[in-house]
Write a new protein. Structure first.
Length: 459
């Protein structure tokens, strides 16, 4: 479960999106990732407490329906499905572009189709097979980041004959630690938070775990510790090894990863190609995990009469095939845009994800605050600080969302995101509201709580 969440969170946001964040904040991007880790920890742990007590199908969306209202549960799940299809498409754009590092003649759309076939095939396998494959894909990324941190630390403080150790001089050179002013930390958060998208998968996978109470506690803690460690150290080493203007060279058009640039500029033979393989696997793993999440979200919506009934049907291997097919919408969009030659697609899709996922995170934290007031005292795992910590996390999410006032890409994303919210709201009022059975939600919660209580007694 931790590796599935890592599969989504430890992807293009770190290996590629960090370049854009470095371009905004310079070396102070380290502070941005530290703040982002704190906000993400609050979300993951609050969600972990709720999901370990109530491991219901639909995860945080079903929790929002119970502790806020059916409408908010409906909106949360549809928003998150929208997030997953956009992330899946964006990650495959990155995969296809990484492929051009070795085969520049391969069209971007052809690379997208190739990698789409791979992840669709993985998702059509059984849940167990998916979990095993995603575990190994995520493990490759985790090991690669650890190796990068070790090699990076050696290069920073020891160096090579062909590349003397820079120490920490790049952190304060070229305009200082804050070359673009203190406000740049706030603005860069609009890019940085894309990196943490995927932590929500912890609650979605809880319903399919053998022992969700134990699994969700362990997964929530380990995921947050790993992400904070990897992001802050890895990005810190990038800006320590290269002047921040060079490290930010990735840009919105997804032309290179800052991690590949490090080894390209330092000149270690073969290291840049190996790193490019790793970032390609990272993007593929994230796309794979998000396709999984999107299909499960549609399945839960259908089960609760919030989506067409045909999406509830499972294959003989217990896989929501129709949900997977519907969730390839982002892949199709990415391939069409690539085929038509549209530019800057990745940067725009990333902003669209940030706009939507911030709304989802806010609703998760608000759900927790409501849950906390009526909790039954049987929790085996608790968010340190309780509601006060959740409120602090909510303030952080709102603060990041406020960057919409100055970030043009987020403003453009709002032009799509706001109509989407209005559309699903209208559909809820006209169609869905009359189908919802609150008693079914209550029964699902009672069943989940009883199952968890029995599992706790066994433990």
């Amino acid at each position: 479960m931790a590796m599935i969440a890592m599969g989504s969170a430890l992807g293009t946001g770190l290996f590629l999106g960090s370049g854009a964040a470095i371009g905004i904040a310079g070396p102070a991007v380290i502070v941005c990732f530290a703040l982002g880790s704190a906000i993400a920890a609050t979300i993951a742990l609050s969600m972990g407490e709720m999901a370990s007590r109530y491991p219901v199908r639909g995860g945080f969306g079903t929790l929002a329906a119970r502790f806020l209202s059916p409408y908010w549960g409906y909106l949360t799940r549809w928003l998150y499905w929208f997030v997953t299809i956009c992330v899946t498409g964006a990650e495959l754009v990155a995969c296809a572009t990484y492929l051009t590092y070795w085969a520049p003649g391969v069209p971007l759309w052809a690379g997208i189709v190739l990698f789409a076939a791979i992840i669709v095939g993985i998702n059509l396998a059984s849940v167990g097979s998916f979990g095993v494959i995603e575990f190994w894909l995520s493990s490759i990324k985790v090991v690669a980041v650890l190796v990068f941190i070790l090699i990076g630390a050696f290069l920073v403080f020891v160096g090579l004959p062909s590349s003397p150790a820079p120490g920490l001089t790049h952190l304060t050179g070229d305009g200082g630690f804050l070359p673009n002013g203190a406000a740049s930390i706030w603005i860069a958060m609009s890019v940085v938070m894309f990196s943490f998208g995927g932590i929500e998968l912890l609650s979605i996978t809880a319903a399919e775990a053998k022992d969700p109470g134990t699994a969700i506690r362990t997964a929530a803690r380990t995921t947050i510790i790993r992400l904070a460690f990897f992001y802050v150290l890895a990005v810190g080493l990038v800006v320590a090894l290269l002047p921040w203007q060079q490290a930010s060279g990735a840009g919105e058009d997804v032309t290179a990863s800052p991690f590949v640039l490090v080894f390209d500029r330092i000149g270690i033979p073969g290291a840049a190609s190996l790193t490019n393989i790793i970032v390609l696997i990272a993007a593929l793993s994230a796309a794979n995990a998000n396709l999984y999440a999107g299909s499960r979200m549609l399945h839960s919506l259908s089960a609760d009469a919030m989506a067409p009934a045909f999406l509830h049907r499972l294959s003989p291997r217990h896989v929501p095939v129709r949900g997977i097919a519907m969730s390839t919408a982002g892949i199709v969009l990415a391939a069409v845009l690539a085929f038509t030659g549209a530019g800057g697609v990745f940067g725009y899709m990333m902003s669209l994800v940030v706009f939507s996922v911030l709304l989802v995170w806010a609703l998760i934290l608000i759900s927790y605050i409501s849950y906390w007031r009526g909790r039954d005292g049987q929790e085996t795992f608790r968010l340190p600080g309780g509601v006060a910590t959740a409120v602090a996390g909510l303030v952080g999410v709102v603060g990041v969302f406020a960057t919409i006032a100055v970030v043009r890409d987020l403003q453009l994303a709002a032009l799509v995101g706001v109509p989407v919210v209005l559309l699903v709201t209208v559909l809820y009022v006209v169609v869905v509201r009359h189908r919802i059975d609150p008693a079914a939600t209550d029964a699902a919660f009672a069943e989940a709580a009883e199952a968890e209580a029995e599992a706790a007694a066994v433990r």
